[in-house]
Design a protein around this ligand. Structure first.
Ligand SMILES: [Zn+2]
Ligand SMILES: [Zn+2]
Length: 266
């Protein structure tokens, strides 16, 4: 099993105890053999960082390699580790990473929908459900156009609209989803099944899976998308084995089969 979206305490929003060493141990306990660390990143060469993003630059995020180098074989837990990042996307092609800097990472994840960052990632006044849905579709498509991006982090995770996840997602038709996921497949972008999405305040089916995400990921699979799994853990508790089990069961329900290693033999 893999998990190519976890954070360490290099991300300001992660718990301080989330060192690489601690996270690797918990990943191993969950049965993960291929992992990718993807901390939040804003490239200093790109103007416009928020105060929160500014210190989390390329040098800062890449310092996890030094942390890894200091670990013993035992502390590395036999896990194949890739060094990635989760950058930011603001719309209109504005991505928080330069192509030259992207080359320094094994892979780049881009979140299309960090809409909790009001007046930065999305306009503060954007409230009407179908308008939010439309912007989500547009941003997803735009992210597929970023050539150096490997995958889209937590696609269609509704952030910044508490209690309104189903209301917003239900405004997006099957055919609209079909169109954007077909485009992702065409552009060879990996669609993330983000474990946190399964634990949100949504309408669930009798098996305990979110109804809307079941619809969305089944459509993505039918469109021929490739997928990866991401815990998006910011602390060790989010790497609990039962969370991975739930994600694998959800994937199975949607007909999704994960590769052992999303990067192939690289
Ligand atoms: Zn994110
Ligand atoms: Zn993340």
């Amino acid at each position: 099993m893999h998990d190519i979206h976890f954070h360490t305490n290099l991300s300001s929003c992660a718990k301080r105890e989330s060192t690489l060493k601690v996270m690797l141990r918990h990943l191993q306990e969950a049965g993960v053999t291929t992992a990718g660390v993807a901390n939040h990143l804003w490239d200093s060469k790109v103007p416009g960082a928020s105060g929160w993003y500014a210190p989390q630059n390329v040098e800062h995020v890449l310092s996890v390699k030094k942390e890894y180098a200091s670990l013993s074989d035992e502390e590395r837990c036999g896990i194949k580790l890739y060094f990635g990042c989760e950058t930011e996307y603001l719309g209109q092609g504005r991505v928080a990473l330069k192509p030259g800097s992207a080359e320094l990472f094994d892979y780049v994840l881009v979140p299309a929908h960090h809409f909790h960052m009001k007046n930065f990632v999305r306009p503060a006044e954007l409230e009407e459900a179908s308008a939010v849905g439309k912007l989500m579709l547009a941003r997803f498509t735009e992210c597929c156009n970023i050539s150096f991006v490997f995958g889209i982090a937590h696609p269609f995770m509704v952030a910044g609209y508490p209690g309104r996840i189903d209301e917003i997602l239900s405004t997006i038709s099957d055919s609209a989803f079909r169109s954007v996921f077909s485009y992702a497949a065409e552009k060879d972008k990996s669609v993330e099944l983000n474990i946190c999405m399964l634990y949100q305040d949504t309408k669930n089916d009798p098996a305990g899976f979110p109804v809307e995400y079941g619809r969305i990921f089944t459509i993505a699979r039918e469109c021929g998308c490739k997928f990866h799994l991401g815990s998006d853990a910011h602390d060790p508790a989010r790497l609990a084995p039962e969370r991975f089990t739930k994600a694998l069961n959800f994937a199975q329900k949607c007909g999704i089969l994960f590769p052992e290693n999303p990067f192939g033999s690289k």
